[in-house]
Design a protein around this ligand. Sequence first.
Ligand SMILES: [Mn+2]
Length: 351
Amino acid sequence: MLVRFWQKMEKMSLSQTRLKFFDLIKSSSKIVLTTHFSPDDDAISSILSLYYVLTKKFPKKQIEMIITGNPVNRFSVFLNYSQIHFVSELATKLTNADLLICLDGGQYSRFSNDSQKILDLKIKTICLDHHQSPPDKFDLLWQNPKAASTAELVYQFTSKNFVLDETLSKLLLLGILGDTGNFNYIRPGQYHLFSLVKKILQISQINIQEFKSTYSLIEPQAFEIIQEFVKNSKFYQVKNWPDFQVSYLTNTYSDQLTSEASSIFVSNYLRLIKGYSWGFTVYQKSDGNFSLSFRSLPGSVNVRDLVERIGIGGGHDRASGAKVNAKDAVSSSVVINQIIDWLKTNQPLLT
Ligand SMILES: [Mn+2]
């Protein structure tokens, strides 16, 4: 079904979709941009890039950035980051808005804990996303899993109407470096990205290592959490599945530090150990719910398919995320056992 959906999407031309995108913006006076919970580099990059372009292009419109959750300090070096409103619930902040633009996620549940309330408001909605999980309904949807980042989609949508300058270059590069793992995850079919990167680097004259050091250095406390993930790593064999690595936390830390440490651990230490081509981490958040991250090497388990079939999350083939509610498990080890039990009675999709 998903394949058919995607084929249909491809028939809609980018230029037609772009026209409708600007029509929706022109006909709205209050526009809200949002992105997903625990925003990563691409989420922040796409919301700040689009905000930058739209506020320059349409200075008279009321344009706001609202994200459900808490701010992440390391992004404060980026222009207008301080303009983002971090709120306890997006749905309650849309009362006078005409248009909601959702970035880097295809389901309302990625942006809000009260999706029904957003749908009830009947405001116009746009979604720009590059995940492959089946999307919700939007007035305008551009879901392109071939794009390595949502930042790229923001560029695709706005480049005809806005000249790439130094500021926009830096904002876009944040998302591109983030979601490509510093170009590590670029696949055949995505090489065109390098021509955009060339433009960005020429305009901004960025030294990538120096640029990254302004926002991607981690707190010393986050390093302690990474040490706990390393120490708690266990290696599993389940019949029919490639061998895998699992880690978890027993101590509790702040949500922000834990999410920072977890993302470093999963991108650096899952799929790094010879013989273990995929794996996941589990930790409990302060609200009691469990947060899971999955990663895999090409040719190993499709971790998007895995979390979608279990019914706990979504994402990309090689990197996905999931949530287990507090009421469904008492500890991270219970969550791990639930996943392993599921594996024992199901077959992997290897891609
Ligand atoms: Mn992304």
